[in-house]
Design a protein around this ligand. Structure first.
Ligand code: MG
Ligand code: MG
Length: 627
């Protein structure tokens, strides 16, 4: 199946769009008429430029308000079509999209529409082009692909076929299995888009909120399974109308789009083995076993504060790198690497961003297969010079230029003994921390769909519905990606506003990255007691919060007092309870969280505004400019 994308999906001039599309690896492009009319290239030159970029023009669109018109509109429709067919010949494209008529003067009637299309087929034959008919979800008379197919069937012309668009079928919830009965050779083209599941007028949702397959909530995989069952194997094309994409960088949108199509077809191949669909053999989505380690690039001066917090949490230094200024700290299943090197990626990261958690290792079943899947899905492999004796741990670029390493049973735990000398460290009292519960990443709102797609396509992981978090300075949108066994949990906070705490993180740390790391414990009160004995002071939460939480959940006053005394935040769901506390921020932006889950699946979302308010108060009182 060839990959294609409509020029309307991207921002920029026609040339910028086409270059981004070619670079991302698409085979073809749909030319949206408005994009062509806006450029000053002649049709022949535009066609040549597109072919020189290695792209095939697969579709010209849209041709509106054609079928079932009264006179004189009917005659004028044929004249318009004849001119478009000429233009198509000059551009070098043989397929045009006719979408169902939305004009209030159109007459409707399946036979009338079929007769018009048959006559248009004769005209197309003379011009040497083909016509695909698509049902718009808001067409005047035709808004269902089943009716559009009936018109194409009755038109009964080799130059007239059907175009399916997942949005127009899935948004109005039209049954996808109805597609399976359509002969694949009458299906001329397939357009794909996803969209969030929100209550909104279908036309507005289509024009502003479409997104890449896998980024939204529509069952695009089921749609595509039905399409493939017809035997259709020409091209799949992204037709994405999205305000963010049209404002964002065309390269990233094109890369995400290409990845979304590769991932979609991989899902279809796995779901429909009997169809024996052609395509690359890609390893399955990687099963994760949690976060194996987090690596900090640390400024030598700031690393003392970081190590101070780790020690108060009961971490012990267990390893010293054989050749580099790198220490390993461990507790339970948690490994924290503190890298003070001034060379390499760690060095350049800390020079630009200060101390930051720039890399993490993901424990997976098969690291080589995970890397192969990442690369098959257009992931960028990262390779730093490997020192002698060092294990070659595969890594790809993560958010904000950071790294994600893949480790499996072969490299874990060998990596620690291969790279580190053991260190005798009596340490303080053990803190009872068990594992990394979740990583929280901050990013701009338009980066979020990219990273949702990255994680959910690479890993055996699902996204949860987006929720809004109220920051006193603006809205932060939050989305969680979780592996199916919840061993990996990543929370993503997207902000458009630099005055929010997430936005402050972006500004102060020069871009997106890991904003906090949450550790799990089996007994949060015992952990707090041990940490305090080692000199830890948690983030102070307003006493008003505890009055509210006590009345909201009807807590025993003595229990609420205990929470208050320890600055522990509390939440309750239908199934269980959640306890959490925070460290002060390190270098103004990064912090740790400690959580105890008692049969609870969330992240304490209702507590986030209180945590943010407490952090902002602290920044203000420490004399730092407040945001
Ligand atoms: Mg369409
Ligand atoms: Mg958290």
């Amino acid at each position: 199946m060839k990959t294609c994308i409509a020029t309307v999906s991207l921002s920029g001039s026609l040339r910028e769009k086409l270059e981004a599309i070619a670079r991302a690896g698409f085979a073809g492009v749909e030319i949206f008429e408005g994009d062509f009319l806006g450029s000053d290239e002649s049709p022949r030159n535009a066609g040549r430029m597109i072919r020189d970029l290695g792209l095939e023009i697969m579709l010209f669109q849209p041709f509106r308000d054609f079928e079932a018109m009264p006179e004189p509109q009917r005659r004028r429709g044929f004249e318009r079509a004849a001119r478009k067919f000429e233009l198509m010949n000059e551009l070098g494209v043989d397929l045009i999209l006719v979408c169902s008529n939305t004009s209030p003067v159109s007459l409707g009637g399946i036979d009338r529409a079929a007769a018009d299309l048959r006559e248009l087929g004769d005209l197309a034959e003379t011009a040497g082009v083909r016509v695909g008919y698509e049902a718009l979800a808001w067409g005047r008379h035709i808004r269902d692909h089943r009716d559009a197919w009936e018109i194409v069937r009755r038109a009964d012309h080799p130059r007239i076929g059907l175009i399916l668009d997942s949005f127009h079928t899935l948004a109005p919830k039209i049954e996808v299995d109805s597609i399976r009965a359509i002969p694949g050779d009458r299906l001329f083209f397939v357009q794909l888009a996803d969209a969030p599941q929100i209550e909104m007028d279908v036309l507005q949702r289509s024009r502003h909120l479409r997104n890449m397959p896998g980024e939204g909530d529509l069952p695009v995989v089921d749609f595509m399974r039905a399409v493939c069952a017809t035997g259709y194997d020409r091209a799949i094309s992204l037709e994405i109308f999205n305000d963010q994409f049209r404002a964002g960088p065309p390269n990233q949108v094109a890369i995400d789009g290409h990845r979304s199509l590769l991932n979609l077809m991989d899902q279809v191949r796995r779901a429909e083995p009997a169809l024996e669909l052609a395509g690359p053999a890609i390893p399955p989505p990687a099963r994760t076993k949690g976060v194996a380690f987090v690596e900090f690039a640390a400024d030598p001066a700031e690393s003392a504060a970081l190590v101070g917090i780790l020690r108060s949490f009961g971490f012990r230094r267990t390893g010293r790198h054989k050749t580099k200024d790198v220490d390993l700290f461990a507790q339970g299943d948690i490994r924290i690497v503190v890298n003070r090197e001034s060379e390499g990626l760690a060095g350049s990261t800390r020079h630009v961003r200060g101390t930051s958690a720039y890399a993490f290792g993901l424990a997976v079943e098969d690291a080589a297969a995970t890397l192969a899947r990442a690369q098959a899905l257009d992931g960028e492999r990262f390779k730093e010079m490997i020192a002698p004796g060092r294990l070659d741990i595969p890594a790809v670029r993560g958010l904000g230029g950071g790294l994600i390493y893949f480790l499996d049973g072969r490299t874990l735990p060998a990596v620690w003994s291969a790279e580190f000398d053991p260190v005798e460290d009596a340490g303080g009292a053990p803190g009872g921390l068990l594992a990394v519960d979740h990583l929280a990443q901050s990013m701009t709102y338009d980066e979020m769909p990219s990273w949702v797609l990255f994680y959910t396509s690479l890993l055996d992981a699902l996204k949860k519905p987006e929720v809004d978090i109220v920051d006193p300075s603006g809205l932060v949108r939050s989305r969680v990606v979780e592996s199916s066994d919840a061993s990996l949990r990543i929370t993503m906070n997207g902000t458009e506003n630099y005055r929010t705490l997430a936005g402050r993180f972006l500004r102060e740390s020069f871009g997106s990255g890991i904003q906090h790391i949450a550790f799990s414990t089996g007994d949060i009160f015992a952990a707090m007691a041990a940490f305090k004995a080692s000199g830890f002071r948690p983030l102070a939460i307003s006493p008003n919060y505890y009055d509210d939480v006590e009345s909201r959940f009807g807590l025993d006053p003595a229990f609420a007092d205990r929470l208050r005394a320890d600055n522990i935040l509390y939440d309750r769901s239908e199934t269980g309870e959640y306890f959490q506390f925070y460290s002060p921020t390190l270098g103004d932006t990064f912090f740790f969280e400690v959580v105890e889950r008692r049969n609870y699946d969330g992240y304490g979302g209702p507590n986030a505004p209180f945590r943010i308010a407490a952090q902002k108060r602290r920044l203000q009182s420490s004399g730092t400019e407040a945001y």
